[in-house]
Every structure is written in structure tokens, then in C-alpha cells.
Design a binder for this molecule. Structure first.
Ligand SMILES: C[S@@+](CC[C@H](N)C(=O)[O-])C[C@H]1O[C@@H](n2cnc3c(N)ncnc32)[C@H](O)[C@@H]1O
Length: 261
């Protein structure tokens, strides 16, 4: 396998054809959430700001097809993981049910559900529900001796005691407050609009990679998008592989990561 590179294609096929069984230490997967196609479409907004409705062809499935898709790609992840590897999957209320059912059915153990509270979440335009301000990251492990770098994660804790020491882990819960990607971190086109609707915060990946891998380990992302996982893994001295089916996102990710090399 070629490390630090992006494989173009459908991740289900790529897992089958190109990724060695039991070779990956950590997978972060940010799959389609199957939430596109609702009537609330802000795609023509010109702000280029943080509020960007996802409405993409790759994110539309029937309920039955979505369950089959989830089954197939999680099966690919399970095969690719080392015996004690970790699989982190981002989701919302739209798809958390399917992912937990499939993960447990495959014998993966769910260790935590991280809540990402989006401090600049999209405003509640319809006023017909509670404001959607969080996403979740499910952490599954395959075996019994999974990696969890407790002391490193503790150092990541932004809260300090009065003497400047890191506080206990109870001050760094399974809850993380981060804005939706904005400012210089957001990849934008010449018109100022975000180039990808679901670019994930680098800080979120920093935490996950720090907690569940060590320098030199192999990190894989089957839904690579703008390459956030590869970008952060490269910075943190991990090997990485990205899988992405859209050529334009592959080009974006390559440009982004090439700035580091
Ligand atoms: C939710 S986005 C991931 C965004 C990424 N985490 C980032 O920070 O930019 C999902 C990505 O997966 C890609 N994709 C969707 N279905 C795929 C599949 N079956 N195989 C590979 N890539 C896929 C889409 O083109 C999209 O870029």
C-alpha cells in the first residue's frame, strides 16, 4: 500500500481491492449522513459563512439503501483495522441509529459517544424543533487492547488549575466545544463560498488522532473530502491513506496537504 496518498474510488470497492486486511491502526470516517434533499435549501446564500446546508448527490439514499451502504463500508473498515484498532464515525441524529446497529452487529465495541457542540451552529429558521447544534463521533474498538493515550488527552484539556497544571479528565469530558470550520481554516473558492459543505475542524481530528494512535501509526479516512484527516495526521507524524470518489475534492485535498511537505 502507498502511504500518505489518496486513492480515488468508492471506498467499499477500495477496501476490497486495495487495503490490506488488518493493516490500519485508526480510521476516522465522516460518511454521507443521508440528510440532503430537504426543502430548506440555503445553497444560494452568498455569505460563504458558516451556515451552509448540505445538499449533495452523494448524500441521498433511500432508507433501505442507506442501511446496506452503512453495512458495506463499516464491514470494509472492520476488515482493514488491526486487531486492536479504533474506528471513529461522525454522525448526527439522522444516521446515528443505523451506525450503532451495524457496528454492534459486526462485533465492534462502542466505547464513547463524543458530542461536538457547534458553538456557531446554523440558526433555527423553521422554529419547529430544538436548534440542531451538535454532531456526534462514535468511537468503536475492534479488540481488547485498544490505544487510548490518557495522559496526552489530558494535556489537550484547555482547562488548567490555578497553578497552570492540567486538570483532571473530568474537566475534559466526552463533549467538545468547537465552531464549524471558519476563517483561514475553511477552504474557499474565489467567490468566497466554502469549497466543501462538511469540512471537519482540524482540532477534532487532533484530539482523535492523539487519543487513539501513536507516531508512525497508519490512519485511514474512507470519506476523505478536503483531506482534514490526512492534513492533521501528516502534521502529527502519522502515516495516512485517504479514499475519495470525487476528483475535485481529491485535487483540493492534495493542494492542502502539499503545503505541509
Ligand atoms: C461528509 S464528507 C467528508 C468531509 C471531510 N471529513 C472533510 O473534512 O473535508 C463525505 C465525502 O465522502 C465522499 N464520498 C461519498 N460517498 C463515498 C464513497 N462511497 N466512497 C468514497 N468517497 C465517498 C464525498 O465526495 C465527500 O467528499
Amino acid at each position: 500500500m502507498n502511504y500518505n496518498s489518496i486513492i480515488e474510488g468508492d471506498c467499499i470497492d477500495v477496501f476490497h481491492d486495495s487495503i490490506s486486511e488488518g493493516s490500519v491502526d485508526l480510521i476516522f470516517a465522516d460518511p454521507p449522513y443521508n440528510l440532503s434533499g430537504s426543502s430548506l435549501n440555503l445553497k444560494n446564500n452568498t455569505t460563504g459563512g458558516a451556515f451552509y446546508k448540505v445538499n449533495e448527490d452523494w448524500d441521498v439514499f433511500s432508507e433501505a439503501d442507506y442501511l446496506t451502504f452503512t453495512d458495506n463500508w463499516i464491514n470494509g473498515c472492520k476488515g482493514a483495522l488491526k486487531d486492536n484498532g479504533s474506528l471513529y464515525i461522525s454522525c448526527t441524529h439522522h444516521n446515528i441509529g443505523e451506525i450503532i446497529v451495524v457496528g454492534k452487529k459486526m462485533g465492534l465495541q462502542l466505547k464513547n459517544i463524543l458530542t461536538w457542540y457547534k458553538v456557531n451552529a446554523m440558526p433555527n429558521i423553521t422554529k419547529r424543533t430544538y436548534t440542531h447544534s451538535s454532531e456526534f463521533v462514535l468511537w468503536f474498538v475492534k479488540g481488547k487492547k485498544w490505544t487510548f493515550n490518557y495522559d496526552e488527552v489530558k494535556k489537550f484539556n484547555p482547562n488548567k488549575t490555578k497553578s497552570g497544571d492540567n486538570k483532571q479528565m473530568r474537566d475534559f469530558l466526552d463533549f467538545i466545544e468547537l465552531p464549524i470550520v471558519q476563517g483561514k481554516e475553511r477552504l474557499r473558492g474565489d467567490n468566497g463560498r466554502a469549497l466543501h459543505p462538511t469540512q471537519k475542524p482540524e482540532k477534532l481530528l487532533e484530539l482523535i488522532i492523539l487519543a487513539s494512535s501513536n507516531p508512525g501509526d497508519l490512519v485511514l479516512d474512507p470519506f476523505f473530502g478536503t483531506g482534514t484527516t490526512g492534513y492533521v495526521a501528516q502534521k502529527m507524524n502519522r502515516k495516512w491513506i485517504g479514499i475519495e470518489k470525487d476528483k475535485k475534492y481529491i485535487a483540493m485535498a492534495k493542494t492542502r496537504i502539499s503545503e505541509l511537505v
